[in-house]
Write a protein that binds this ligand. Sequence first.
Ligand SMILES: [Zn+2]
Length: 221
Amino acid sequence: MIKRLALLPLVAVLAACNAIPQAEAPRRTAVRQSTAVLTPRPEARQCLASLGATRANFTPLPDQYYGAGCSTLGTVRLASLRSDDATLALSNLGPVTCPLAETFAGWARFGVDRAAQQVLGSPLVRIETMGSYNCRNVAGSGRRSAHATASAIDVSGFVLADGRRITVSGNWNDQSPKVRQFFSAIHASACKRFGTVLGPAYNAAHHDHLHLELSGGAFCR
Ligand SMILES: [Zn+2]
């Protein structure tokens, strides 16, 4: 599954779920790989312990180099996160670096879930994403994206316990002031926690998601 994740995270996830036959999953032929996991380094172990303390459900993944500046080193597969009272499901998320996963877990609980409860009156139950790892450049540039090292997550929507589904593409400029206030609160919370936060206010490429990345100097749009 790791090999296929190099190309199309969504296809890989679907294949992993047997939603499509594995034979149909595209294969990359010229990818050299090395698998080098064994015992995590001390700082990596520390991160895994901290992530575990958030009561996230996750699996550490083997380190992989895909060439062309793309790799997944020190990553985990997040199955779910925890809010104060509930398990938070995740959609379409591939490998993410452990420190990013830990920050994401804190944002989900203290930023998103609490805003959902306080502003919208219903707890969060699911975060929908457009993925994390993707061997590609920043759109319109020759520079590798943080996604090329599983160092960014694209969040596209939220599902609440009362069944409401709130998406960046559909609800960012919602008629309801409460929904706009919710987005304002979770965006501000993300800006406190992540180094780079890019949403619909940044450019058209981000009209349907929030890009969350640890690196960067409080670049918040
Ligand atoms: Zn992104």
